[in-house]
Ligand binder design. Structure first.
Ligand code: HEC
Ligand code: HEC
Length: 259
């Protein structure tokens, strides 16, 4: 199994936990394992690592496992082929590699017709992990052009400014915290945001602070009333990006929404 070979180049596990999404039986998410790839990484190693991330810790299948939630990547989408076949045609001037990389690092820059913008925190992935995902997606029907040089440059950039860990913003303003953490990419408040999950308006009338806190700390555990089919959509690692005080600020703010 190529996956076993990949294990050989995996350095360590940052943190591991599993959760189960009811709507997608037995879907498992494990916080991505760091990759120790350097400039000498082979195409096969990159693709295999990207495949493991895509099917596991990357959390991609939460949305891309259902054609109603996100476009198919491994199979045809709208007659345009698999992602490796259509990636170079999306944005004029952007080649396939650039387009897929930017889909992950700047998901709202280009939004596919008929879908809400992809809500995604590239920051929890290392540069090597992002390039592995790009290589895997290119390999779905197209040539892989990600190189060891891309991976080495990304590793250098990560070392200069570590990507993962720590809050995204230092703000203690609830709205600013929620904007920085993309909560409004899936929830609506006062007309701002996208209505994938339940609205923040009136939330305090529907559930109490304890339940709100639990929902943020362990998003896959319990479905919101009327949103059973969406269980598993909320980013499972979202609380890792909040400081303890920021979490409380958000919990109290949401509990205060309503009559
Ligand atoms: C919360 C839901 C969600 C998650 C999680 C998610 N995506 Fe997406 N993705 C979308 C949606 C919705 C779109 C289409 C809208 C857009 O273009 O932003 C999309 C678009 C894309 C596209 C562009 C597709 C095209 O045809 O041009 C790529 C590539 C992609 N996602 C890769 C990934 C990868 C890789 C992961 C996991 C590391 C991932 N996505 C996780 C929802 C998600
Ligand atoms: C990728 C989309 C997405 C993002 C990002 C997201 N959520 Fe959610 N959230 C959902 C969905 C879908 C549900 C309903 C399904 C469920 O309960 O898991 C939900 C449920 C909740 C609930 C439970 C509501 C109830 O009535 O039980 C709370 C509270 C919540 N989200 C708060 C937040 C906060 C705060 C953030 C940002 C730190 C956030 N969400 C980010 C999609 C998202």
């Amino acid at each position: 199994m190529t996956n076993l070979k990949v294990l050989g180049v995996v350095l360590g596990t940052l943190a591991v936990y599993t959760w189960v999404a009811n709507s997608i039986p037995q879907l498992e998410s494990v916080v991505p394992e760091e990759l120790s790839f350097g400039a000498d990484v082979t195409e096969a190693e990159l693709v295999a690592a990207g495949q493991a991330l895509f099917n596991g810790g990357g959390g991609c299948l939460v949305c891309h496992g259902l054609p109603t939630r996100a476009p198919n990547l491994l199979t045809d989408q709208g007659g345009e082929g698999t992602i490796g076949q259509r990636c170079a045609t999306r944005v004029p001037g952007a080649d396939c590699k650039t387009y897929i990389y930017e889909s992950l690092t700047d998901p709202t820059a280009y939004v596919l017709d008929g879908f809400d913008p992809m809500v995604f925190q590239a920051r929890v992935f290392s540069g090597a992990q992002l390039w592995a995902l790009v290589a895997f997606l290119q390999d779905q029907g197209g040539p892989v052009t990600v190189t060891g040089a891309d991976v080495a440059a990304a590793a250098e950039a990560d070392a200069a400014a570590p990507a993962a860990g720590g809050p995204l913003t230092a703000s203690m303003d609830p709205l600013e915290i929620m904007r920085a953490n993309l909560c409004l990419g899936c929830h609506v408040l006062d007309g701002e945001g996208v209505a994938t999950g339940p609205p923040f308006d009136g939330m305090g009338d529907r559930i109490d602070a304890d339940r709100i806190r639990r929902s943020i700390l362990d998003p896959g555990a319990e479905a919101a009333e009327g949103f059973q089919d969406q269980l598993g959509t909320m980013t499972p690692t979202i609380a890792d990006l909040l400081s303890a005080r920021q979490l409380e600020v958000v919990v109290q703010f949401l509990a205060g929404q309503g009559g």
